[in-house]
Every structure is written in C-alpha cells, then in structure tokens.
Design a protein around this ligand. Sequence first.
Ligand SMILES: O=C(O)c1ccccc1NCC(=O)[C@H](O)[C@H](O)COP(=O)(O)O
Length: 244
Amino acid sequence: MASTLELLPAVDVRDGQAVRLVHGESGTETSYGAPLEAAKAWQRAGAEWLHLVDLDAAFGTGDNRALIAEVAESLAADGVKVELSGGIRDDDSLAAALATGCTRVNLGTAALERPEWVAEIIAAYGEKIAVGLDVRGTTLRGRGWTRDGGDLYRTLARLDSEGCARYVVTDIAKDGTLQGPNLDLLKDVCAATDRPVVASGGVSSLADLKALAALVPQGVEGAIVGKALYAKAFTLEEALEAVA
Ligand SMILES: O=C(O)c1ccccc1NCC(=O)[C@H](O)[C@H](O)COP(=O)(O)O
C-alpha cells in the first residue's frame, strides 16, 4: 500500500472537448478546450497519473475513441499512468482501451449489467481492472450515472469475492460541485473492503486533499481531482506538495 495519496487530475471528454459537469449530468458542461492540451498541462505540472473519461461513451451519445487514444498514448509514452473510464462495456471497447497503453481501465455500467463478463475480465486482467462505484446514497448508478444499478455494499461484496483489485468511489451528489469529498462514504467503503479505494468527486481545497490523505491508512489510495484544478482553486503543484 502506498504511504502517500496518489493524485489523478481528470480530463473528461465530451464532443471532442475537455469539460466539467455538475453531478455528472449531461447538459451541464463547461468547456476547457482541447483534451490533449489539458492533459499535457497536468503532465507539465508533475502529474504521475491522469484520469481520462470518455463521457460520450458513458452517456451512449457516441464516443471520442480516437481522441482518447491519442491522449492516453501520448501521456503513457511519457511515463504518465493513465486510468481510462467511460463506456468500457464489452470486448471491443475493452480491447480499444487496453491498446492505448493505459495503466488500468475503470468499469462502471458493465459491473452492474454484465456481472459474468466482468468476473471473467477481472480474472483475466487483474490489476488492470478497477470498478467504478458511482453512488447516490448507497444506490449505484450506471449508464453515465443515469440509471439505478443496485446496492453498493452487495455489489462490493460480489466484486471482492471475484478478486476485483480496486474501486473508484464517486458520490455523484458531490461530483463537480466543489463541496468537498464524502469522507463518511469513503470510510464506510474502506471498512467494507480490503482493496484500495480511489476517491472521486467534490474535492475543493488543499484541506480536502489532506483529509483524504489522512484516510490512506484506512485504504484510500488516491484522489481524482477535476473541477478544483480547472477552477484554479489550487494548482496541481500545490496539491502534490500538500500530500507529499
Ligand atoms: O467516470 C465516468 O464514467 C463518468 C460517467 C458519467 C459522468 C461522469 C463521469 N466521470 C466524472 C469523473 O470521473 C470526474 O472527473 C471526477 O469525479 C472528478 O470530480 P470533481 O473533482 O468533483 O470535478
């Protein structure tokens, strides 16, 4: 287990642009320009990880596969670890994601709707597979967070028993709001599993990152940071220093 919190700046891609959403809702986009420029800016600022999301693939409104591959390949070639998310639900999308050289992929909807396939993929790819547990309360949401997908803790127990390596936990109510992460949810999930947890959604300040870093001994391995970086609440350099 890492002793310091890993930081994963986010690049969420919609219709070819880097965007931020509020509560992950389609139609709430604020655009921040070219995804490769955003990713390279995080790389220059010292990012060791990038959380890269194809929102169109997640929402079922097409995909940004070629662009996502360009960004992932470019950063991976420079030694940045890439976590790829959004619409990875079958052999074809999984193969395309893994072919980018990303460090791991994050499965969401598939873990709710295709449990047998996900169990096979976890067995075949191990550490390359994370599962995104995106919740409202303790109810999971799939299909770009638009549909209910069952109980968080029942699904977590099933995935644990199948050997899932790690979870990316998002409180949708916090995502893109700069209201701070849901620390209670993260503590509860860490108490329910011995697998590492990547926290996502709501980070607003360096104090939030320090609060997440304090949960590393309980199992929080990393934190995805989106809106706060784009809104310049702090710089990535400051964030990396705060959790070092
Ligand atoms: O990750 C997904 O598949 C996804 C699907 C639908 C809507 C949003 C989705 N991801 C959003 C993110 O991963 C955010 O980048 C991340 O939670 C950062 O949130 P914040 O720091 O609050 O901007």
